[in-house]
Design a protein around this ligand. Sequence first.
Ligand SMILES: Cc1cc2nc3c(=O)[nH]c(=O)nc-3n(C[C@H](O)[C@H](O)[C@H](O)COP(=O)(O)OP(=O)(O)OC[C@H]3O[C@@H](n4cnc5c(N)ncnc54)[C@H](O)[C@@H]3O)c2cc1C
Length: 341
Amino acid sequence: MPKKSHCANIRRIAVIGSGISGLTSAILLQDNGHQVVVFEKSRGPGGRLASKRVPKSSADIGAQYFTARNPEFLPFLTCYAGPDSFRVWEGKIGFRDESGEWSEFPREARYVGAPRMTAISRQLSAHVEMVAETKIATFQKRNGLWDLTDTNGQSHTGFDQIILTAPPAQTQTLLEDSGLEDLADSLNDAVSRVLPCWAVAAHFHESPFHAFPWRAYSGARVEHPVLYWVGNNSSKPERNDQGEWWVLHANAEWTQANVDQDPEKVAQLMCQAFTDMVGFDGEPTAVVPHRWLYARSEGGETPGHLWYPEQGIGIAGDWLAGGRVEGAFDSAWALISAIEH
Ligand SMILES: Cc1cc2nc3c(=O)[nH]c(=O)nc-3n(C[C@H](O)[C@H](O)[C@H](O)COP(=O)(O)OP(=O)(O)OC[C@H]3O[C@@H](n4cnc5c(N)ncnc54)[C@H](O)[C@@H]3O)c2cc1C
């Protein structure tokens, strides 16, 4: 764990965002004795580690699975989310190129929340003080301490430090609106690299796929004019679905071109693309669409985290550490190590 601070250094710290990077930051800081409050604009924690209610079940509509290459990650999850909140997903993951050729992704342990992705963030958030449904709009320094104001005009006062963990565009807006233009401008490149993603959970009464190679894979990254990822959510541990829920992600170009399209229409087009691709002559029995405006970052410099000690502002997030769930953890870990060194 990042180094423990001395008691004399105990600080009051605001964390903005309760995704994996915000919750990791908050827990590590709290473990070091600091007083931490997490502010989250949504109803529940998790951010893009997301599950959506679907008829008679739930589906992981954001992150599909995560890796644990950093040796600190699993011990952290086991300790704070609990060993029952996640499982290995044994399914084979493939890559299907434009011509329909398949190759298997290298085998490594892939993890999912159990019985859904948000099981992890629910457990993590139980360790910290979280103020949900509170979108922070600005922060200002008064008498040496940060005062936060939310979008309802309510103040949250007296913080020594602030940790920002929202995606780059949202972090940039916060910095700009708080009069920190230089910090905001430094995120221009990161903001330009964030890609949107339309996601659809689609239910089939029976598995629509009997033929090899589709039956051999639980999920696939596909090169396709519409789709980017298709995954059998019901094949993950502890889902116990009747029939199969599949999660489809559109590629960034198609999402961009259809970003303001009616969600029902998007679901129809994506399911049609899916059934055409796998050669299934039928329709899903239920569909649930979801639009991610800030899904993932592509390319560019990834410094790991940003820490401005004079202002007492730290920035963490997946986009600073190569994207993905594990990147979000890595970024938070590195930031808190830098703050507490
Ligand atoms: C469709 C999709 C598929 C993905 N697939 C995978 C995958 O298979 N494997 C993988 O490892 N990763 C995947 N990812 C990426 C992974 O989900 C992210 O890397 C990770 O969850 C990001 O965590 P984070 O804490 O950095 O950010 P987030 O999870 O985005 O958390 C930021 C939080 O800040 C909150 N917030 C924003 N602004 C404010 C504000 N002003 N005030 C208060 N709260 C605010 C947000 O509501 C959010 O909860 C996928 C993502 C998407 C969208």
